[in-house]
Design a protein around this ligand. Structure first.
Ligand code: TRP
Length: 335
């Protein structure tokens, strides 16, 4: 039986952080051989809000190199850049014309981002989910790993696919409806400055997250200043102590120790003893990723060849779907 296809894209804005890594990337890397994986850098999504042209290309390379540094095996996974495969833009236009405007106006993330931005909200920001639907449907993906914030976009993707199939391909459906890939529980990493909120790259405070590329000094500083409490003795189980739960969880995930082991080890510790331990563990576990990242970035030719291969494989599938969509819509074939 053919492997199921998994597809995911990450925007090249800001670095990946420990929440991304422990919550998603690490699990996915462990299981990658079960699937045929397409991993993309969503550089077209990156310009839905004001962006910096001077760093767009290098930010894109950074994400691609981080995928590699985190353990992507190219035997099972294709890494590609969204803007290198023009079918993404083209399918977005076609889908724009069959997507009801009110579906887009109802998207929670659009409303939040538009509100935050205030003025000069672009049509692209409203259209963001249609581009995301194109990303997914072009590859006939079976599964899409999604966090809570992207669930509504995946629902919309299914609605667009169903509507397209119903209106234009009733006899033989052209588009596959993707399923969410719910991530294994237990790896919800929270902010360092507020243990009740998820670690997020949109948090304005750098102190709230540890980025995968943070230097040992930066890691030490962030952990030193992170929010804690005045209670002595550390525990996972006190709901009044969200920061304590989060920092112990971080230590558990980074050290690879079992929960009971960590609970016993830390039950009598104070923060002054625990923080250096967490710092050391975080620095040591990020070191191999950072070294691999540097090696990839130092070998531009290699990175470019990875992205070229990724594009070729992506394009073959994407162009095939695009051709079917255009045929179903009644387009003539260019001569
Ligand atoms: N919108 C996603 C995010 O910000 C990124 C994304 C773009 C994506 N296209 C995708 C994720 C397709 C999954 C599948 O997290």
């Amino acid at each position: 039986m053919a492997k199921q296809r998994v597809l995911s894209l990450v925007q090249p804005t800001g670095n990946l952080h420990l929440g991304n890594y422990l919550g998603a990337i690490r699990n996915w890397v462990e299981g990658q051989s079960q699937y045929e994986n397409f991993f993309g850098v969503a550089d077209l999504h990156a310009i839905t809000v004001p962006h910096n042209p001077a760093t767009l290309a290098s930010d894109t390379y950074t994400i691609a190199a981080l995928y590699l540094a985190c353990g992507t095996d190219l035997e099972y996974t294709n890494i590609f850049v969204q803007s290198h495969v023009s079918a993404h833009s083209e399918l977005t236009w076609l889908f724009n014309c069959i997507t009801p405007l009110n579906w887009l106006e109802d998207m929670i993330q659009f409303k939040e981002k538009a509100l935050k931005q205030g003025e000069n909200v672009s049509a692209g920001l409203l259209d963001y989910p249609v581009l995301m639907a194109s990303d997914i449907l072009l590859y006939q993906a079976d599964k899409v790993p999604v966090g809570e914030d992207q669930k509504q976009h995946l629902e919309l993707t299914r609605d667009i696919a169903a509507r397209f199939n119903h209106q234009f391909a009733r006899k033989k459906p052209v588009l596959k409806l993707p399923e969410p890939l719910i991530r294994a529980e237990g790896a919800r990493v929270m902010s360092l400055t507020d243990g009740t909120r998820k670690m997020s790259k949109s948090d304005p405070s750098e102190m709230s997250r540890i980025n995968l590329l943070d230097s040992p000094d930066a890691i030490a500083k962030k952990i030193k200043r992170c929010k804690t409490d005045l209670v002595r003795g550390l525990t996972f189980d006190d709901s009044e102590r969200p920061e304590c739960h989060n920092l112990l969880t971080l230590y558990m995930l980074l050290s690879g120790k079992k929960k009971e082991e960590v609970a016993t080890e830390c039950q009598d510790m104070g923060w002054g003893q625990f923080k250096p331990l967490l710092t050391e563990t975080a620095i040591a576990s990020l070191k191999p990723i950072q070294e691999k990242y540097q090696a990839v970035m130092d070998d531009k030719g290699y990175l470019e060849s990875v992205l070229r291969d990724g594009r070729e494989k992506a394009e073959a599938i994407a162009n095939d779907t695009l051709a079917k969509v255009k045929a179903a819509l009644g387009y003539s074939v260019p001569l």
